[in-house]
Write a protein that binds this ligand. Structure first.
Ligand code: PGA
Length: 223
C-alpha cells in the first residue's frame, strides 16, 4: 500500500489549553484506534502561538505527529513587524503551508510574494505544502508537496468528486500530491484510492481528535 501524507490545518483555531487537551485526547484514543501507522505520515499545521507548546507536548508524550506552520514571512529576520520568519518557524516545525486560498483571498497574497515565501522556506529547509486552487496556478520550482484545493470545496461540505480530483492532480508535477476540501472520515477512502492522490489536507475534520483519528484509520485500513 502507498505511504500517505495526512495534513491537518487548524487555521485560526485553539488556545494553548485547547491544543493540549486535543493532544491528550489523541493520546487516549490513538492506542485503541489500531491504525496501521507505517502507512501514514501525519502533520499538524497550527497557529504560530501553538508551535512551541505543542512541540514540547509531542516530544514529551512521544506522539508520532510532525508539526507545520500555516504561513511564513516572505522576508528573512529583520524589520518586518508582525511577520514570523522561516528561521523562526524552523525552531519548532518541519513543514509549512504556502499559498492557501484563504491567504490569497483575505490577505491578497499573489504569485510573486508566494515565490518569495517559498525561497525563504527552502533556505531554512522547511518542507513546503503549496496550495493551488486549480491546475492553472503557477507553481514555483522545488516544491515538495502540492495540495489541490478547489475554493468552493473548502469548509463547505461540498467536496470535489474523487474522479475529478484524480484528473486535476494527475496533471500536476510534484513528488507528493494531496487533495483538500471538505475531507471527512466518511469520504477519505474515495480520495486515497485514486492512483495520483498521495494524501489529504484536512481543515474542519482535524479539529476534533477523535474525528481526525477515525479519518486516518479509514485512510490507512483498506476496504
Ligand atoms: P476543510 O479545509 O477540510 O475544512 O474544507 C481544508 C483546507 O482549507 O485546507
Amino acid at each position: 500500500m502507498k505511504k500517505l501524507l495526512i495534513v491537518g490545518n487548524w487555521k485560526s483555531n485553539k488556545t494553548i489549553l485547547e491544543a493540549k487537551k486535543w493532544l491528550q485526547e489523541w493520546n487516549v484514543q490513538f492506542p485503541i484506534s489500531n491504525i496501521q501507522w507505517r502507512n501514514a505520515t501525519v502533520v499538524l499545521c497550527v497557529p504560530y502561538t501553538l508551535l512551541y507548546p505543542l512541540k514540547q507536548e509531542i516530544d514529551r508524550l512521544q506522539i508520532p505527529i510532525q508539526l507545520g506552520a500555516q504561513d511564513v514571512s516572505p522576508f528573512p529576520d529583520g524589520a518586518y513587524t508582525g511577520e514570523v520568519s522561516a528561521r523562526q518557524v524552523r525552531e519548532f516545525a518541519e513543514w509549512v503551508i504556502i499559498g492557501h486560498s484563504e491567504r490569497r483571498q483575505h490577505f491578497g497574497e499573489a504569485d510573486a510574494m508566494l515565490a518569495q515565501k517559498v525561497d525563504q522556506a527552502k533556505k531554512e529547509g522547511l518542507k513546503i505544502i503549496y496550495c493551488v486552487q486549480d491546475e492553472h496556478i503557477v507553481v514555483p520550482q522545488g516544491i515538495d508537496v502540492i495540495a489541490y484545493e478547489p475554493v468552493w470545496a473548502i469548509g463547505t461540505g461540498k467536496s470535489d468528486t474523487p474522479e475529478n480530483a484524480q484528473h486535476v492532480i494527475a496533471a500536476m508535477n510534484a513528488g507528493i500530491r494531496l487533495y483538500g476540501g471538505s475531507v471527512t472520515p466518511e469520504n477519505i477512502r474515495s480520495y486515497v484510492e485514486q492512483p495520483a492522490i498521495d494524501g489529504v489536507l484536512v481543515g474542519g475534520a482535524s479539529l476534533d481528535p477523535e474525528k481526525f483519528i477515525s479519518l486516518i484509520t479509514n485512510a490507512c485500513n483498506p476496504r
